[in-house]
Design a protein around this ligand. Structure first.
Ligand code: SAM
Length: 508
């Protein structure tokens, strides 16, 4: 009997142990999954990077981005537009153009304080300095590190401090000098032949780091592209040509409104969809083009075609070339156009006005010159990246795409600056908060376009016209405002974005 009790006890204890082990292992795997899944990796990366750039403003932004995003409805002018407007108005939505006019009147009475600050890069400078410091630390053998080299030594100093520093020879090394004299750490170089699935690479090489064995760039140099050297003509002027296109009908719920979701679009009597739901930041990229009647437009990274569709809804462009390097994604452009433009497949008029092409935007050529070019660049797609695991740039299978972003973005914009005619405009946009992918790319491209092609463009400051969006969405202001573009930041009241929009007008 005793032995039966003992056996039972043992069985019970064993069962408990098994249960505990299972429980433990369950917890363990869940934790492991959490740590390794692409969206958590992205969140960790962003926590570190955006935490440095946006400080205390990042955690609430992240929290908002993890929630359902807000959309506006772009009314389809090729459907029953009056009926659609009635439907949207009855649901409590407002016309964006009207909201902007009201805000403009308000601003006339109570002028807003400027959003673009001259001293707004402190946190980015500090982050850049930290990255440079980390780079040098990793390249120098630890015991060769200059003893007192600290983060603060890498930040911008006053002239008094500069003199003091000059007395200390070790600290006088520039980054280039440091790199030139340093032993190269081969573990920090990507060999492209390693392919895309090297777990080691994924784990230890940040996306901002390197390009290829033959053309390697440490993080610090990548970040230093953002340095404010002005060895090329750089002018920032207020935008004065902005006007809301007469025929573009965008409907939105007010900030903080309880009503903020539109139902699924439906087919009109003309067999096309009644409206196109999209992020308001995406509409701003098209507004920033300042389209005029008869414009010849190039949408260099067009798929799936949302912004090109908005451009067509203004009824202004004569011709729009929708280009994207991905064949499968260009097929989506055709699908969307079929859904929204009457007889898209059969009408000669559309065939003349809409051209779909699949070329690498960096090598796109044209003999005539475009009036407007939109570069809606591939980027880290921040909102999707922290919410989804599948097929995004933080996915293991897409390491190479992520690493190649610094190679692609500035060259797309440089080519756009070449393709636009003198007097025409280029809009560069992303759905990332990264100052490197945003202002950093604009800076690099302006410099590169001047140095390699003699192209000069002026940055048009959109803060005045976009200030009229104050009742609709939130734009980064003060210390977190970009220098060249406008940044739509997600907030509880207006969960749009992130979207970055910069407008450049070619002058030479
Ligand atoms: N503008 C689109 C819209 O509003 O629907 C979204 C564009 S998405 C942000 C970026 C696009 O760039 C992707 O469709 C991608 O295939 C394309 N792309 C990536 N690299 C490219 C390249 N080198 N040349 C042209 N397109 C490229």
């Amino acid at each position: 009997m005793l032995s039966v009790i003992n056996i039972c006890k043992n069985v019970h204890i064993n069962a408990l142990l098994v249960q505990q082990i299972r429980y433990k292992s369950k917890t363990h795997w869940a934790k492991l999954k959490k740590k390794t899944s692409p969206k958590y990796k992205a969140q960790n990366h962003f926590d570190e990077f955006y935490g440095s750039v946006f400080g205390g403003k990042w955690p609430p932004m992240k929290e908002t981005m993890l929630r359902r995003s807000k959309f506006v409805a772009v009314v389809n002018n090729y459907g029953d537009s009056e009926e659609t407007i009635d439907f949207l108005t009855e649901r409590g939505a407002h016309c964006l153009k009207a909201l902007m006019s009201v805000q403009q009147e308000f601003h006339k009475q109570y002028p807003p304080t400027p959003t673009q600050s001259d001293t707004n890069t402190t946190s980015l400078e500090q982050y850049t300095a930290k990255v440079q410091f980390d780079d040098i630390s990793s390249i120098y053998p630890q015991d060769n590190l200059p003893e007192k080299l600290e983060l603060s030594d890498m930040t911008i100093r006053s002239s008094e401090e500069e003199k003091e520093v000059e007395k200390q020879p070790l600290k006088n090394l520039t980054l280039e000098e440091s790199l030139a004299s340093a032993q190269m750490d081969m573990s920090r170089i990507i060999d492209p032949s390693m392919g895309v699935t090297s777990e080691a690479l994924y784990q230890y090489v940040p996306a901002t780091q390197l390009k290829g064995m033959d053309e390697w760039v440490p993080e610090s140099l990548h970040y230093s592209y953002y340095a404010q050297d002005k060895d090329f003509p750089l002018a920032i002027e207020p935008e004065t040509e902005f006007s809301f296109p007469e025929h573009l009908k965008v409907y939105t719920y007010e900030m903080g409104s309880e009503w903020n979701m539109f139902p699924e679009p439906k087919r009109c009597k003309t067999n096309v969809m009644n409206y196109y739901p999209m992020d308001c930041g995406s509409v701003l990229a098209v507004l920033a083009l300042c389209l005029s009647p008869g414009d010849r437009v190039l949408d260099l990274c067009s798929a799936p075609g949302g912004k090109a569709l908005v451009a067509l809804q203004t009824l202004l462009p004569d011709v729009i070339v929708c280009n994207d390097s991905s064949i499968s994604r260009t097929n989506r452009i055709s699908r969307i156009f079929r859904d929204y433009l009457i007889d898209f497949d059969t009408s000669n008029s559309w065939r003349e006005r809409v051209v779909i092409s699949t070329r690498d935007g960096r090598e796109f050529t044209d003999d005539i010159g475009f009036d407007k070019v939109l570069v809606d660049a591939p980027c880290t797609t921040d909102r999707r990246t922290i919410n989804q695991d599948a097929n995004l740039v933080y996915h293991l299978a897409r390491v190479q795409d992520r690493l190649s972003l610094p190679d692609v973005q500035p060259y797309l914009l440089t080519n756009a600056l070449k393709l636009v005619r003198v007097g025409g405009a280029v809009v560069y946009s992303t759905c990332s908060l990264s100052p490197v992918q945003n202002d950093g790319v604009v800076h690099m491209a302006l410099k590169h376009a001047f140095e390699t092609h003699g192209v000069i463009a002026t940055v048009k400051d959109l803060s005045a016209p976009f200030a009229n969006l104050a009742g609709t969405l939130s734009l980064a202001a003060g210390s977190i405002a970009p220098r060249y573009g406008q940044l739509v930041t997600p907030t509880n009241d207006a969960n749009f974005g992130p979207s970055y929009i910069a407008r450049l007008v070619r002058v030479k």
